[in-house]
Design a protein around this ligand. Structure first.
Ligand code: SAM
Ligand code: SF4
Length: 335
């Protein structure tokens, strides 16, 4: 029995109260920056967490001080038991959120509401249909646009995740900002990050500085307001004066926010990853299935957390394909 509370502290003094759980490695899209073109090897079903295991592990973390859980994937809503998982996690009394590509949202509105989900992050990298369909390698642009509006009508806070890639969608930064004029949404520009199989190289990166420069070329400085960031926020928040919505920049590559990191990740196959960029993982499932406590494993995993980006603490290491190609592809990590 796990009745001895521990603090989810690492050896750099960071407390961890935010758990991101991937509930599937499957997806109904094939975004090129996330899913390798050749696909990913399917993990045998018996190696994936069952609903009960997800809920048990989540409860263990909540007892140790986790107050926020994000459900992610792959595409979380394609999992057959997604509703059951969302509803069960909704009973844990945490701030429950979800990141989804939005395609299956209409079928989940009621579930989200019952589970107490108030904010939904939707990934959309282009406002141009052909481009969106090209990067996702599927044809769901109209569906996603419609479902963003549906979420707004239903009273959810909507955040749009936009991964910027040079010469692909960097010419749409201003169009995304324009969306915030009359809609109360937050657009989050994300720097393109390197993972196994996603053909990252630095020349494709649109940096924080470049994003700001582009916005300043269109809006006078006095109209761009810097908002107060929430504690542990990974983004720097802004808004255009008089616009209803806001925008933010997540600069994991050029300006990492590791010193205030409060996140820990659980992959769909029950492995703890203490950093998005870390190659090392701790499997919880064997001990869990053997009836042993998983708390020592959680502790051990957190104590091995590196100070910066899984140990890639300078640009040279970060840009070295030998380093990031040993990591999983994003689709199997859970972004
Ligand atoms: N399928 C859901 C979705 O797309 O929102 C959830 C999983 S997805 C892996 C989570 C987030 O990771 C998405 O917003 C996606 O844009 C982001 N992401 C994936 N690969 C990325 C990369 N190479 N660099 C930056 N963000 C990435
Ligand atoms: Fe699927 Fe999300 Fe990855 Fe796109 S970013 S392939 S929607 S998991």
């Amino acid at each position: 029995m796990e009745n001895k509370p521990i603090l989810l502290q690492d050896s750099h003094g960071r407390g961890h109260d935010y758990l991101r759980i991937s509930i599937t490695e499957h997806c109904n899209l094939r975004c090129s920056y996330c899913m390798p073109e050749e696909g990913v090897a399917l993990t045998p079903k018996t190696h994936l967490m069952t609903v009960d295991e997800i809920v048990y592990i989540a409860k263990t973390f909540v007892r140790q001080g986790v107050t926020k859980i994000r459900i992610t994937g792959g595409e979380p809503l394609v999992r057959k038991e997604a509703k059951e998982i969302i509803l069960q996690l909704g009973k844990l009394g945490v701030n429950l959120t979800i990141t989804t590509n939005g395609i299956l949202v209409p079928d989940f509105i009621k579930t989200f509401k019952i589970a107490g989900i108030e904010t939904v992050n939707i990934s959309i990298d282009s406002l141009e249909k052909e481009k969106f369909n090209k990067i996702t390698r599927r044809n769901y642009f109209d569906t996603v646009i419609k479902n963003i509006d549906l979420l707004l009508q239903e009273g959810f806070q909507v955040k749009l995740n936009v991964v910027l890639i040079k010469n692909f969608n960097d010419n749409e930064i201003i169009d995304f900002i324009a969306l915030t004029k009359n809609k109360n949404i937050q657009v989050r520009f994300i720097e393109f990050m390197p993972f196994s199989g996603n053909q990252w190289d630095k020349s494709k990166l649109i940096s924080y500085a470049q994003i700001i420069e582009t916005i300043q070329s269109k809006y006078p400085l006095g109209n761009i307001e810097r908002l107060v960031d929430a504690p542990n926020d990974t983004c720097k928040n802004f808004k255009i004066t008089s616009y209803l919505g806001s925008f933010a920049i997540i600069s994991s590559v050029t300006n990492p926010f590791c010193s205030t990191c409060n996140r820990i990740r659980l992959t769909a196959d029950g492995k703890l990853k203490n950093c998005l960029f870390s190659n090392s993982e701790t499997s919880l499932l064997e001990d869990l299935r053997a009836g042993k406590s998983i708390i020592p494993l959680i502790q051990q995993n957190l104590l091995s957390k590196k100070a910066i980006r899984g140990g890639m603490d300078d640009d040279l290491k970060f840009q070295n394909p030998e380093q990031f190609s040993q990591n999983r592809s994003m689709i199997t990590i859970g972004g």
